[in-house]
Design a protein. Structure first.
Length: 247
């Protein structure tokens, strides 16, 4: 690893990590836009992730629920990158994860739930689009309905995740911006940085004079703003980054 990078991040105390699908691919969860990504291999699949389509087309909803009934995330385990961030926090650094993922692997790796902001929600909970009642997703899937409806009001049920055309929770986004602005080291890991407003957290950190490190296989729109760009394997390089902080 570059000695200048190690010198720059050594001893960082306030660390924010914006994580995208790329951090979970080593856990067996496919990403979306990569060469073998869900939307790369099946472009039409993106239709099921659009709020308007989901709400108006029962066929789209059935495809969506079939996708998540057999989703790899249910069987996935945290990998070395997830664990390294949790261990860095345990070692005394103030780590906060701002994740675009909905898989819950950061929490399973050992980070306290309060230290993980799920910008795009969680697949582990399901919410009624009518009365807003919430349910564990495993219970909804276990019922076996291909287009489940709310047992309270009969409304359409949806995973508690943000779809295209749906606004992020304003409170969560506000907290994320505060964390990014307070960070001394901002790691953007495994994100294409193409989805806003989450990607703009990089610029919030840069404007607050944090060190921005982008770790991603492919170029991102924020590479030119980064202090360091790493095109290395995420599962290998994130533990190295975290170890460098504590040297």
């Amino acid at each position: 690893m570059d000695g200048k990078l190690i010198d720059r991040i050594r001893g960082a105390r306030r660390i924010a990590a914006l994580t995208g699908a790329g951090i979970s691919t080593a856990s067996g969860i496919p990403d979306y836009r990569g060469p073998e990504g869900v939307w790369t291999r099946t472009p039409s699949a993106v239709n099921a992730f659009t709020l308007e389509n989901f709400m108006t087309d029962a066929g789209v909803r059935r495809e969506f629920w079939r996708t998540y009934a057999g989703h790899a995330a249910w069987r996935a385990e945290p990998n070395a990158a997830h664990r390294a961030l949790a261990e860095l926090d345990s070692a005394g650094a103030a780590v906060r994860v701002l994740t675009q993922n909905v898989d819950g692997l950061h929490q399973r790796a050992g980070l306290a739930a309060r230290k993980v902001l799920e910008l795009h929600g969680s697949m582990h909970t399901t919410r009624c689009t009518g009365c807003a009642a919430g349910f564990p997703t495993v219970e909804i899937l276990a019922a076996g309905d291909d287009d489940p409806l709310c047992p309270h009001c009969g409304g359409i049920l949806k995973l508690d995740i943000v779809l295209f055309g749906q606004m992020l929770d304003g409170d969560v986004l506000g907290q994320a911006r505060t964390i990014a602005a307070a960070s001394g080291l901002f790691l953007a890991i495994g994100s294409s940085l193409q989805v806003e407003p989450a990607a703009s957290l990089c610029m919030v950190a840069v404007q607050a004079r944090a060190t921005l490190v982008v770790v991603n296989r492919d170029p991102t729109p924020y590479d030119d703003d980064a202090d360091f760009v790493l095109r290395e394997d995420i599962e290998a390089v994130v533990p190295e980054l975290c170890a460098a902080v504590t040297r």
